[in-house]
Design a protein around this ligand. Structure first.
Ligand code: ADP
Ligand code: ADP
Length: 221
C-alpha cells in the first residue's frame, strides 16, 4: 500500500479540521477525495505532502512516516496545491528549470523536455506563465509535480475552474499518470470522481463517511 492513514487528526485550536480518518491508497489506482468546501480535504493533502504536521494519528507514504521521516516521505510525493503559486513572470522552461534546480532533478535538461511532452504543453512551452490559460498553467503545475517522477501524486482540486476542453484533456492526463502511480485527487464534485477515479473516500466536517471502490458504490446504489 502506498498511502496508509490511521486515525489522522488535525486541530486548529479547538476546531478539528480532520477528525480521526483512516484510509489507504494503492499503486496504479486513483483515489478520489470527495467532500464539500471546508470538509478537510486540503488539510489532509497538506499533511500527506509534509507541508503541515498532523495533531495525532499516523500517515505513511510508501512506508515513510510523514512526521518521523519527512525528508524521505516528501521524496515519494509530487504535490499539486489547489492554488499553485507559480512565478508568473517566468517563462515555462525557466520556471521548470528553477524547480529542477531546487529539487536536484537528475538529467535536468532531458527530464524537463520529457515532462513538457508528457503534460502536453505544446507551443505554450515557449511562453511566459502569465500568458497561459488556466488549463495550461495547470499543466505547468502537473509538470512541476512529476519532475522527479515520484510514485505518489497528491492533487488538490486539479480540475476546478477549467474550461470544458481543458477539463477533458486534463482528466485524461491524470488517468494516464495514474497507471503507474498512486494518485489522490481531491474534489468537491462527484462527476470528477466518476470520470477519473477508481476508489473514493468521502469526508464531511473532517469525518470519513465512505471509503470504497466506485464499482462497489455503484453496485450498491
Ligand atoms: P477543504 O479543502 O475540504 O475545503 P480545508 O482542509 O481547507 O477544507 O479546511 C477544513 C477546515 O479547517 C475549514 O473549516 C477551514 O476553515 C479550517 N482551516 C484550514 N486551514 C486552517 C488554518 N490554517 N487555520 C485555521 N483553520 C483552518
Ligand atoms: P489552499 O488552496 O492551500 O487550501 P486556501 O485558500 O484554502 O488555500 O487557504 C489559504 C491559506 O489559509 C492556507 O494556508 C490555509 O491553511 C489557511 N486557512 C484556510 N482556512 C483558514 C481559516 N479558517 N483560518 C485561518 N487560516 C485558514
Amino acid at each position: 500500500m502506498s498511502i496508509q492513514v490511521e486515525n489522522l487528526t488535525k486541530a486548529y485550536g479547538q476546531q478539528k479540521a480532520v477528525d480521526s480518518i483512516s484510509f489507504s491508497a494503492n499503486n496504479g489506482r486513483i483515489m478520489g477525495f470527495l467532500g464539500p468546501n471546508g470538509a478537510g480535504k486540503s488539510t489532509t493533502m497538506k499533511i500527506l505532502s509534509c507541508f503541515i504536521p498532523q495533531t495525532s494519528g499516523k500517515a505513511l507514504v510508501n512506508g515513510f512516516d510523514v512526521l518521523t521521516n519527512p525528508v524521505e516521505a516528501k521524496r515519494q510525493v509530487g504535490y499539486l496545491p489547489e492554488h499553485n503559486p507559480l512565478y508568473i513572470e517566468m517563462y515555462v522552461k525557466e520556471y521548470l528549470n528553477f524547480i529542477a534546480e531546487l529539487h536536484q532533478t537528475p538529467n535536468k535538461v532531458q527530464r524537463i523536455k520529457e515532462v513538457i511532452d508528457l503534460v502536453g504543453l505544446g507551443v505554450e512551452q515557449n511562453k511566459k506563465i502569465a500568458q497561459l490559460s488556466k488549463g495550461y498553467r495547470q499543466r505547468v503545475g502537473i509538470a512541476q509535480a512529476i519532475l522527479n517522477d515520484p510514485p505518489v501524486l497528491i492533487m488538490d482540486e486539479p480540475t476546478s475552474g477549467l474550461d470544458p476542453n481543458q477539463l477533458v484533456d486534463i482528466r485524461q492526463l491524470i488517468r494516464d499518470l495514474g497507471k503507474d502511480k498512486t494518485i489522490v485527487f481531491s474534489t468537491h464534485i462527484m462527476q470528477e470522481v466518476e470520470a477519473v477515479c477508481d476508489d473514493v473516500v468521502i469526508i464531511n466536517k473532517g469525518t470519513l463517511v465512505e471509503n470504497d471502490s466506485l464499482q462497489n458504490i455503484f453496485s450498491r446504489h
